[in-house]
Design a protein around this ligand. Structure first.
Ligand code: NAD
Length: 319
């Protein structure tokens, strides 16, 4: 299969590229590292990717550049965009550009292909489109209740992908839930917790730590994404990609500091507007359509992420 991965210099994208090329697919990695929330990290990863045998890399800004070559694929896994609820306040223009306009242009380029040569497009959406979960896990048919510019942009991205499906493009929407693991984005909670704990500083926690998340290890996210890329699915369908058991942030902190062997010191910060009190994935549809459930528990997954942080620090120390 010829697969284009957008956002390939990013956290999830990098892992998806690794898995696809390990499975023997022809991969074109696409990114515009300057558009990343952490451009330095993205530039470094991009240089690594571009130097790798078996992976072609094209620096393309999806919001601006010509996308004909990006659309010339069997499957496009569209992960590029500006992530994160917290960083979306005040960044509405960038959010529209890199999430909404970029997706709109990509879908249009795919639609311009002759009908038999149109790629299937797997699009990254987010649990944030639901707002906060209530007393039961969120199902895909639940009404959307986006509460931040980021969540609203993902709801718009979903609408675009559904419309394109109605016009004959095979699109699939994957609603990712709090992804973690090696190479996690530096703005995300576990990354910040591990780094500050290893520095011997208190962990910056937004709110009182009672909020809970369907934390999902990137290995599981990649597995779901690859099945979604390969299977014949109803066009325009949304699928939750999240762990079925939510964990409270304070319990995750206890686990994380336990693995690190440090005392949990907390520095409370004001809660972030638009941050869900709870995210909770119903995984019935993912099980039924993708044969997928998350298999990595939080203790195992955190140990994996912590090992990565330690390895990076060691590299810097000896490097
Ligand atoms: N990580 C999570 O927990 C999570 C949860 C829900 C949804 N998502 C979604 O999954 C996708 C991947 O997330 P991530 O955590 O890997 O983010 P990331 O920031 O690590 O990766 C996104 C990549 O997209 C690239 N990009 C941004 N704008 C671009 C543009 N105009 N043209 C080309 N490339 C561009 C960035 O340079 C970056 O490398 C995003 O769409 C995100 O919104 C992630």
């Amino acid at each position: 299969m010829r697969v284009v991965v957008t956002g390939a210099a990013g956290f999830v994208g990098g892992h998806v590229v690794d898995a696809l090329s390990a499975a023997g697919h022809e991969v074109l990695a696409v990114d515009a590292p300057e558009r990343s929330l952490a451009p330095e990290v993205a530039r470094r990863r991009w240089a690594d990717l571009a130097a790798r045998a078996g992976v072609a890399a094209a620096e393309v800004d999806l919001a601006v550049d010509d996308l004909d070559a990006v659309a010339a694929a069997d499957v496009v896994v569209h992960l590029a965009g500006r992530p994160g609820v917290r960083d979306s306040w005040g960044a509405e223009r960038a959010i529209r550009r890199d999430n909404v306009r970029a997706t709109e242009r990509l879908l249009a380029a795919c639609m311009r292909r002759p009908a038999t040569l149109r790629p299937k497009v797997v699009v990254a959406s987010s649990s944030s489109v639901y707002g906060s979960a209530g007393r039961r896990p969120n199902r895909e048919g639940d009404p959307l209740n986006p509460a931040s510019p980021y969540a609203a942009s993902k709801a718009e991205v979903e609408r675009l992908a559904e419309t394109a499906a109605g016009d004959g493009l095979r699109t699939v929407l994957l609603r990712y839930f709090s992804v973690y693991g090696p190479r996690q984005r530096p703005d995300m909670a576990f990354h910040r917790f591990v780094e500050t704990a290893l520095d011997g500083r208190p962990l910056p926690v937004f709110g009182d730590g009672r909020s809970s998340r369907s934390f999902t290890h990137v290995r599981d996210v990649v597995a779901a994404t690859l099945v979604a890329a390969a299977e014949d699915l109803p066009p325009g369908i949304a699928v939750n990609v999240g762990h079925h058991e939510p964990v409270a942030v304070r319990d995750a902190i206890a686990m994380l500091t336990g693995i690190l062997g440090v005392r949990a010191q907390i520095r409370r910060e004001a809660p972030v507007a638009g941050d869900a009190a709870r995210t909770w994935a119903d995984t019935g549809r993912a099980r039924e359509l993708l044969g997928w459930t998350a298999t990595t528990g939080l203790a195992e997954g955190l140990a994996d992420q912590i090992a990565w942080h330690r390895a990076v620090r060691e590299e810097v120390r000896v490097g």
